[in-house]
Design a protein around this ligand. Structure first.
Ligand SMILES: [Zn+2]
Ligand SMILES: [Zn+2]
Length: 96
């Protein structure tokens, strides 16, 4: 089951959500920070296709995507995609 969060940045006012994270039953969503349109985008990938492939932002087609959210080392890094300040995330629900 995946988790959806809303993002809110106190520094610049950027708000976005819901952002889909983690796995559903068929696809896994990986949140990435797009440096072109300065938004968080969720890249869907089939659970069967692990690993990194070619990725592009579904919104603007930009290729400069940085991993966002849990970095896999226990740290919760949720920088605002617009200004880079640490943004607040709030739980928005589950998806599957
Ligand atoms: Zn911001
Ligand atoms: Zn983009």
């Amino acid at each position: 089951m995946g988790v959806a969060v809303n993002l809110r940045c106190a520094a610049c006012g950027h708000e976005q959500g819901p952002i889909l994270m983690f796995g559903g039953y068929v696809v896994s969503c990986e949140p990435m920070s797009c440096s072109s349109c300065r938004r968080i985008v969720s890249i869907e990938k089939p659970l069967s296709a692990r690993g990194t492939g070619a990725r592009a932002c579904p919104d603007c087609g930009g290729a400069e995507l940085l991993p966002w959210g849990d970095d896999g080392r226990g740290a919760s890094a949720t920088p605002c995609p617009a200004c880079g300040s640490e943004a607040e995330t709030t739980f928005a629900g589950h998806w599957d």
